[in-house]
Ligand binder design. Structure first.
Ligand code: PEP
Length: 248
């Protein structure tokens, strides 16, 4: 089963309209011949300017969160229509930083994921275990719970991108080994097969995220179940192009 690789950057709370547009201008020629899908998930306020900067290129613009309601009294949140107005294609949902620092739960991740799908965009739904969970030998239990709850009621799982991001590898410089990432992502695919159907699981794009960079991307991307990367720190510089061009 052919799955098109997908490399997405997560700028988190970094960059400004000026520095972001400059980086996108520099990246455009470097990634134009990519064989994979490419996206940059930028802070909400930068979406209009980054959409303009990326116009006519193969860089899609994504958001980092989205509310499940269409509108209303939800101070600080952002709606599907607001994102779609600027051509946003992808929305990161349930990033571990949102789960850790902003009270995101499996229930809200589930609501947001379904709302992104209903709006015709693609959720990049993040799951992953903490260091103590890995060391406690409960990684598979944690991932199973997240997949069951976060995907509950999703009709077409093939429209969801899953980002497997071990929390201990995010922003720490400590990457999962190729084997660890492969083994865990193969488990995730098997679990999706059980929850939905094996054929659907074969179609689902599953990214690895956690200190992925120009140096380690080739080994990770060579693994049979790893279809891409969600890249934090390394998406803030031109090195991101080297990850996008991992196969060149
Ligand atoms: C992320 O923010 O999703 C991430 C993987 O960050 P980093 O690449 O910096 O570890």
């Amino acid at each position: 089963m052919e799955r098109k690789p997908f490399i997405a950057g997560n700028w988190k709370m970094n960059m400004t309209a000026a520095s972001g547009a400059k980086l996108i201008d520099e990246l455009k020629p470097l990634v134009k011949d990519a064989d994979c899908d490419v996206a940059l998930c930028v802070p909400a306020i930068l979406i209009p300017a980054m959409a303009e900067a990326a116009k006519g290129s193969n860089i899609a613009i994504g958001a980092q969160n989205m509310h499940w309601e269409a509108k209303g009294a939800f101070t600080g949140e952002i709606s599907a229509d607001m994102l779609k107005e600027y051509g946003v294609k992808y929305v990161i949902i349930g990033h571990s930083e949102r789960r850790q620092y902003f009270g995101e739960t499996d229930e809200t991740v589930n609501k947001r994921t379904k709302a992104v799908l209903a709006a015709g965009m693609t959720p990049i739904m993040c799951i992953g275990e903490t260091l103590s969970e890995r060391e406690g030998g409960i990684t598979e239990d944690v991932l199973s719970r997240q997949l069951e709850k976060d995907l509950e009621g999703v009709e077409d799982v093939t429209k969801v991108v899953i980002a497997y991001e071990p929390v201990w590898a995010i922003g720490t410089g400590r990457t999962a080994t190729d084997e660890q990432a492969q083994e865990t992502i193969a488990f995730i695919r098997k679990k999706i097969g059980e929850l939905f159907c094996p054929k659907c699981a074969e179609k689902v794009i599953i990214q690895y995220g956690g200190s992925m960079n120009a140096g380690n991307c080739k080994g990770l991307m060579a693994q049979p179940d790893i279809d891409g990367g969600l890249i934090g720190g390394a998406s803030l510089k031109c090195d991101f192009a080297k990850i996008v061009n991992f196969d060149k």
